[in-house]
Design a protein around this ligand. Structure first.
Ligand code: BGC
Length: 722
């Protein structure tokens, strides 16, 4: 800690009355605390969210103010950031969010969301990065650094083990501590240590009998004592349940969703306990001290704070660059992609997602985007009038929003201010598809229309754009299953029967079942919620203006039974959820127990080819930590392209007690056709007794470096060969 800042914080602290201090540690508006005007201490202003700065709400109600000056840049979602596997892009995305938060007058931006994707069904997966702690930690730390360049605090959330929406306010996570520490905490640690995050949001759920927002174990023991975090700890909105426990824990600020601000647990009730001598005033001082330190680190008190900006061309361009690198080419077995613009005179686009806007949904991550280019618009603007583009929806979500026993951030009309009622019903439930005869008939008619058009000989190409939307990928609910909603499987099957060369594009925050048609389609592209330029980027990939380079940051299971949270553990729990699968999450489970994914972790094709030469172990990285692998990569294809070289530490033999392999390092590079480059990949982790595998995905290993047996000093330089 900077001693000068500490001294100034102490000085200010001494001048504050109990009343003023209490005002600083709880929400006095839905997104702000109280300041202390007489001492020049401003309120602390928070804003969601993870993909852009949220629109303004009235201070004491969840009614959007409806201004015309709070439109913003809409960035690709967290999963898309992860799919780029690109640290500098992650930092640039963070920088856009930070600049825009500052530009909109915010102090703390409530993101990134970095919970581990334990099951594809978690409703907030689209906000989160990956099933892998290393990938999440690396990219999230870079993202945080980007945000904080702008004198705005990032707020990594939700600490910790917040992996389902169902009953999120009360569910007790039962997990052994080793699994917690090796899978669910490392990304948070990385954002604290490497990212230098200035704030952390505690989660709603319970862990080891404590609500995370008032957990002594998580907040004091781990975060403060073990990791030395001296920044700001904020509760999730409505996550505090007990005045004493919250006061005694290392939580600094209590926020909630109701407007009875004085009745928040850390407001009047806490003041009374302090006055009655039941809680020492020093407990409040500790919290206020963290708040003051944060304000000083953000230059909120010294007049030297940077100014930000929003909706700049640069920000839009960053959103586009991110979107381009996040698109994952899953399959291209007949080489249909890229499409040739010159060869297209008339094409047909089918699918509601082709023409749907997603920015305005998802819960607190909703964004009031300045604009959003849909896939259809992206395709049309790329083709520029020389090709006629017809569109039919093929399926519809209208009237089929799904039974929602709890929350729906997408605003299905039942609860206009869903956040206000979000404390009800345990905070969340499962989204069930409602079977509605009228909707089914409508979809059948749409299918017939689409199939008939697709079958006609007038189209050079047919492109389907479907997948999920924020009726399903949303805060406050989990998906009931992994199936494509709205009878899309039937539609896709029918379309592929008449157009086997149809280009398939799916969108979503997590995988869907593809077994009913995947073998029959030859080209398949996955895009996430790609931000305001998502449609531009998708079109550029489809028509070869951009060579795809996204890689899956999570396993795409064949069915939900292949996911360990479901087959070994439980998902979702209600009062309790048992993480019986321990560390065997995602590829750690599939690879150890010999199960085939539909598409594996790290997978993503390119329009060019990369060959890998021999790999050897290099020197320890400059910081002296970790090691490096050297590998020669050549672009042997005809197009420039980007490749992510992945390093996994592997058991020499499969052993059910430990994950067979774990991602330990990666590096993304760009190569021109024919170019060869020696790539240096820094990696972390103990490799004694393990193989170092280098490859293009977790299941496409191209080189192995063997560590010599008996090697003890993992920092020693030696050369291994294949
Ligand atoms: C969400 C947080 C969000 C907060 C404020 C909560 O419901 O879980 O992620 O930042 O609301 O909107």
């Amino acid at each position: 800690m900077n001693e000068e800042l500490m001294r100034r914080a102490e000085e200010l602290l001494e001048k504050l009355t109990l009343e003023e201090k209490i005002g600083m540690i709880h929400g006095a508006e839905l997104f702000a605390t109280k300041g202390v005007e007489r001492l020049g201490i401003p309120p602390l202003r928070f804003s969601d969210g993870t993909m852009g700065v949220r629109q303004e709400f009235a201070p004491d109600s969840w009614h959007a103010v409806g201004n015309t000056d709070d439109f913003v840049t809409y960035l690709p979602c967290g999963s898309a950031v992860a799919a780029t596997w690109n640290r500098s892009l992650a930092k640039m995305a963070g920088s856009v969010l930070g600049a825009e938060a500052r530009g909109r007058g915010k102090d703390v931006i409530l993101g990134p969301g970095i919970n581990i994707k334990r099951s594809p069904l978690c409703g907030r997966n689209f906000e989160y990065f990956s099933e892998d702690p290393y990938l999440t930690g690396q990219l999230a730390a870079a993202f945080v650094q980007g945000v904080q360049q702008w004198d705005v605090a990032a707020c990594v959330k939700h600490f910790a083990a917040n992996n389902q929406e169902t009953k999120r306010l009360q569910v007790e996570v039962e997990i052994d501590e080793e699994a917690l520490r090796s899978l669910y905490l490392p990304a948070f640690y990385e954002t604290v240590k490497e990212g230098g995050t200035l704030s952390v949001m505690a989660a709603y759920n319970r862990l080891y009998g404590e609500h995370c927002c008032q957990s002594d174990f998580l907040l004091r023991k781990i975060l403060r004592q073990e990791w030395g975090f001296d920044g700001l700890v904020v509760s999730d909105w409505g996550g505090v349940h007990d005045t004493k426990l919250a006061a005694q824990s290392s939580l600094d600020v209590e926020m909630s969703v109701t407007n009875d601000f004085d009745q928040y647990k850390m407001a009047e009730p806490l003041k009374k306990l302090v006055e009655a001598g039941e809680i020492p005033e020093s407990a409040i001082d500790e919290k206020v001290f963290h708040i003051l330190m944060t304000m000083m680190r953000l230059h909120m008190l010294d007049g030297s704070r940077k100014s930000g900006s929003y909706n700049t061309r640069e920000h839009q361009n960053t959103a586009l660059m991110m979107a381009r690198e996040s698109v994952v080419l899953l399959k291209n077995s007949q080489g249909i992609l890229p499409l040739r613009k010159e060869a297209c005179h008339r094409i047909l686009v089918i699918g509601e997602n082709g023409n749907r806007i997603h920015s305005n949904g998802g819960g607190s991550a909703e964004v009031k985007a300045l604009y959003e280019i849909t896939p259809l618009m992206g395709i049309k603007k790329l083709l520029g009038g020389n090709c006629r583009v017809d569109y039919v929806p093929g399926y519809c979500s209208d009237g089929f929003l799904g039974e929602d026993a709890g929350l729906d951030g997408s605003g299905d009309g039942q609860a206009e201010n869903w956040q206000e009622t979000s404390l009800e019903n345990g905070g969340g439930s499962i989204k069930v598809q409602r079977e509605d005869e009228a909707a089914r008939r409508r979809r059948q008619a749409m299918r017939q229309e689409a199939s008939a058009l697709a079958a006609s000989s007038q189209y050079d190409k047919v492109i389907f754009v479907g997948g999920l939307n924020h009726d399903f990928d949303s805060e406050g609910n989990d998906r009931a299953d992994m199936k494509l909603p709205y009878d899309q499987d039937v539609l896709i099957g029918e379309l592929l029967s008449v157009r086997p060369d149809m280009v398939m594009v799916l969108m979503g925050g997590s995988p869907v079942e593809m077994g009913r048609w995947v073998d029959r389609c030859s080209s398949l592209v996955w895009c996430w919620y790609g931000g305001m330029e998502g449609g531009t980027a998708l079109a550029e990939v489809l028509f070869g203006q951009v060579n795809p380079s996204g890689k899956l940051p999570e396993s795409f299971y064949q069915t939900i039974d292949d996911c360990s949270a479901h087959s070994v553990g439980e998902f979702p729990g209600t009062d309790k959820v048992r993480y019986r699968e321990g560390v065997f999450v995602g590829y750690r489970y599939l690879d150890t127990f010999g199960k085939e994914p539909q598409f594996c972790f790290g997978h993503g094709l390119s329009y060019t080819e990369f060959t890998y030469g021999k790999a050897s172990l290099g020197k320890a990285s400059l910081s002296g930590e970790g090691n490096t692998v050297l590998c020669e990569i050549t672009n042997t294809g005809c197009l420039p392209g980007k490749e992510t070289v992945q390093v996994y530490l592997r058991q020499k033999e499969r052993n059910p007690k430990q994950p067979y392999q774990e991602l330990a390092g990666f590096e993304k590079i760009e190569l021109q056709p024919g170019e060869t480059r020696q790539v240096i990949v820094a990696f972390k982790g103990e490799f004694k007794g393990r193989e170092i595998a280098v490859g293009s995905s977790s299941r496409d290993i191209r080189a192995i470096v063997c560590s010599p047996d008996g090697e003890t000093d993992s920092k020693l330089l030696f050369t291994g060969t294949l």
